[in-house]
Design a protein around this ligand. Sequence first.
Ligand code: TPP
Ligand code: MG
Length: 755
Amino acid sequence: MTTVPYALTARHKGFNRAEIVDRNFTEFVELWQGEVHAPGGDHAPVLPGSALDAQGFRELLESQLVSRHLDLMARVLRVHNKVFYTIGSSGHEGNAMVARLTRHTDPAFLHYRSGGFMAERFRKLPGMDPVMDSALSFAASSEDPASGGRHKVWGSKPLWVLPQTSTIASHLPKALGTAIAIEQARRIGHTLPIPDDSIAICSFGDASSNHATAQTAFNAAAWTAYQKLPAPVLYVCEDNGIGISVKTPSGWVANNFRHRADLDYFFADGLDLAGGYAQVQAAVAHCRMTRRPTFLHLATTRVMGHAGTDFEIEWRSVEELFAVEASDPLLRSAEIALSSGLYTKASLLALYEATRRRCFEAAEEADRRPRLATLAQVMKPLAPYTPAAVKAEAERANYQDRRLAAFGGEDKLPEALPPRHLAIQIGQALHDIMAKYPESLLFGEDVAQKGGVYTVTKGLHKAFKGSRVFNTLLDETIILGLAQGYANMGMLPIPEIQYLAYFHNACDQIRGEAASLQFFSNDQYRNPIVMRVASLGYQKGFGGHFHNDNSIAALRDIPGLVVGCPSRGDDAANMLRTLTALAKVDGRVCAYLEPIALYMTKDLYEAGDGQWQFAYPAPGEAMPLGEGRVYHDDANDLVVFTFGNGVPMALRAARTIEAELGWQVRVVDLRWLAPLNDAFIAAQAKSAQRIIVLDEGRRSAGVGEGIITAIVEAGLGATPLQRVVGADTYTPLASAALLVLPGEADVVAAARKLA
Ligand SMILES: Cc1ncc(C[n+]2csc(CCOP(=O)(O)OP(=O)(O)O)c2C)c(N)n1
Ligand SMILES: [Mg+2]
């Protein structure tokens, strides 16, 4: 327990609480009058009965001071435009204990107040400097080793700190995913990049612990442990009792987590190194040894407000502020330093001031270093694309033995079988991909024994067993969090989202997290993912919005995400090979939209014509990113740009248009929806007499807008053009759905308008 006298710190009513917190430390040391113990050796307890030894205390104290002076420096230099971030760690420096008691190879996903943790983790490898590295990040210098100047993040490649966005709680699912992946690697024979007994560490605030994304992670951790499956994640709740200005009800975190089944609760006083160390030690040891999800409730406080812009004195009573400032853990550390006899007042203040100088000098130096100066520099890590290497990987076919085993013999290889429809060929392509990549995993709701609601994944569970093909619990956020975890550990996750509508439910795991990792880590960390999503409308007999969602706008504007949508089986197989190659080679996060209504479509023009079944492409073939498919290449009277369900629809409409208007009609299947291949669209539009853009998505923010923009920007805006597109509405049940979605007759009607 802290024994800092309240009266000592409650002396200053000034506006700038950072200055006051700073002064409190110095005055506290100068005025301190306590009993001094005779110091023991480096390995003797720092104070009688403490689990922390003298050497450990000295190092933790230094880490705390580094963290504190980085905060103080940021408050001063922000005003001079030398630093661009002031959310600090002051009051949370005790989290350094967690770093000390874990390894630098335990992957860490950190709260923005985990500066003490970070400073301490830097000790784990020789020759690393937390001060200069942090200063470069604060200054947004392009030499920042964490993000290359893209954000102030806690991150380090050698120290296994994966940078986080500031969306609170969004990192909890992937921390669980990483913990599960550490354990699952062994079962699938995958070699981990870190030791087998690693744990995943994830820190967050008390207010954040209430967030839906946090709660689903705790639930999924417990769901896992309940089944006696290992999930060695250490959740560290840095409880300062407040979130920006909203107080967490007193005792809430303990009350909420102390008795949760299968989430093992530990409390530690993060305000007191001497007192808190044993409990942190116990929590870490428990997590590592039992491999169970562990909740470490770490008491902290928040001095100096939420950020530099938060003038607490304007909205809190001064008495309350004094009380908070009196609980400053650095005062307690000063007390331990002096009473243990390890420091004199003079040597402690000298260390304090030397650390201040170090932080300011580093910040001034960082300010002289370059910043990101061009758009190309900013975007470089976002969407790396090495087409030659991707092509080679997509076409690589040197896994024949595993292939034969997966399909069950030469005569059962899909290319030896008659042409089949989309659902079958996606299933065959998935068999191929899983045979090709032993580190790949396929998971989602109902995907295992049942083979998914459309039986697309049927047979995979049998062929590749439960550790590679498995059902998850019903939560899309967790499915995508697991995917990131597997990817972090070097595996190739192929998560399934059961319906497009339910992707929207968990969109942030791709938008905010997975797709942003390469950007915020300057491409040092990658989480390759191929996310399959059963998508789009026109299902007969299974109507309504949620199973026919046609909105892909939320996918198309995610920076760096690749979105592909095949309309036929052979393309589906070739596209999947390229997507997995993009994931493997360039680390890309990919979305693979499977048009549900085409899964079972076998015919094109007439019932029984079998014209929408295609021969399976043998391995060795693939489809370059951005390459579309053109039907009737030499037809110029009308060109229809489309994708997905629009492709067979346009081909059918073309017949009517040819008969009625005498036009030759070209149909262009874009296949790749993000990034849109503007050059390809322009090249196809160039020779067109007339254009129809057939977009089964919605009028607003649909793919059609992108296609038309590409045409206009290519200077071809004068070409007569009609857009046939879905309405801006949810899709209703039964035949009313066809009022909303574009149909063949609408395409023909648009052509008539162009005539
Ligand atoms: C999803 C989300 N909602 C809102 C915010 C804005 N916000 C940033 S920090 C914060 C409070 C977090 O409080 P807590 O979890 O207790 O962490 P503390 O800052 O106290 O350490 C809020 C509301 C956010 N970053 N992310
Ligand atoms: Mg808080």
